[in-house]
Design a protein around this ligand. Structure first.
Ligand code: SAM
Length: 299
């Protein structure tokens, strides 16, 4: 493998030249970590020890070329390196599916909390989960790893996304407790309707008139099917919530991620669908980005 060694001073001068082309320093340092194998901690150490030298796991011209494509062509860095750290794994990513976002990591913790009867309880040993609109398989991987004895179902309309999800599930959740299904939302899961204890979805939720205004790195490189939520952004939420009370098991939970200004509308949809324990949760920035509800135990 071709590596690069240079003095700390030369390294920081080179880094300044790259950043002068555009882009964010935090993204450049992410590239250095993922492709150059330079951890954030090592980078900080270099700043306080200017006499030291730095070793990168890639040639400088390769890093320059990747950064150039990101800054000029707006190609997501995750696509350029083909990987994305997410929770405790490094998922394979590609233009076939949405790049898993950091805020979605929280949806898993919220889901696991819903399953506990009290704070000290562990989730039940067995049950059935589903991930509707699995994309890269991020949510499905996390559920399969957290609930290893549960039966799991991951659904997507996109064949390319399902191929990517399969790769990630095989790599990080190798036990045969999950299945992939091609189709729309609940439809491929009719055989488990009434038995689903936990269903998560991060559906497409961008309103149609906001698609053109998205950052080019998203708009031009991530699948339209993963972004567009119809006129008001809520088409997919409506489709999912509309059938939840038939598809969930009695007492089964539905958790959704949604756009930053959709919390009230999603809560109304959940209540109107006859679900109970309806509540919202914020992301790490304090923005209401998640909604959850349960099918009543009776009725
Ligand atoms: C916002 S992405 C979420 C991907 C992944 N779950 C994540 O959190 O990174 C939404 C996903 O829903 C899928 N999708 C869109 N319409 C669908 C439908 N009618 N039925 C099933 N999946 C659908 C898209 O292909 C895309 O993979």
């Amino acid at each position: 493998m071709h590596t690069t060694r240079c003095s700390s001073q030369d390294f920081f001068a080179w880094r300044r030249v790259q950043l002068a082309q555009g882009g964010r320093a935090v993204d450049f340092d992410w590239l250095l970590m993922m492709r150059g194998d330079l951890s954030w901690a090592s980078l900080q150490k270099l700043r306080i020890l200017p006499e030291s030298s730095v070793q990168l796991a890639a040639p400088l011209d390769e890093l320059e070329a990747l950064w150039h494509r990101h800054v000029i062509e707006h190609v997501p860095l995750q696509h350029l390196v083909g990987r994305c750290p997410w929770r405790d794994v490094e998922l394979q990513v590609s233009p076939a599916a949405l790049i898993p976002r950091q805020e979605t990591e929280l949806l898993i913790d919220l889901a696991l909390d819903c399953l506990k009867l009290s704070e000290s309880d562990a989730p039940p040993e067995t049950g059935v989960w589903a991930d509707l609109g699995t994309g890269s398989g991020a949510i499905a991987v996390a559920l399969a790893r957290s609930l290893p004895r549960w039966e799991g179902h991951a659904v997507d309309l996109s064949a390319e996304a399902l191929d990517l999800a399969r790769v990630n599930l095989r790599s990080f959740a190798p036990s045969p407790c999950w299945m992939l299904h091609s189709g729309s939302w609940w439809e491929p899961l009719r055989h488990v309707w009434g038995r689903l204890n936990l269903v998560l979805s991060n559906p497409p939720y961008i309103p149609r008139d906001q698609l053109a205004g998205l950052e080019p790195v998203v708009r031009d490189h991530e699948p339209h099917l993963a972004l567009s939520g119809g006129d008001d952004g809520l088409d997919c939420c409506r489709a999912i919530i509309g059938k939840a009370s038939r598809a969930l098991a009695p007492g089964g939970w539905l958790l959704l991620e949604h756009h930053h200004d959709q919390s009230n509308a999603v809560l109304v949809l959940l209540r109107d669908a006859g679900l109970d324990a309806v509540q919202s949760q914020s992301d790490l920035q304090g923005v209401m980005r998640f909604a959850m509800a349960r099918r009543p135990l009776r009725g």
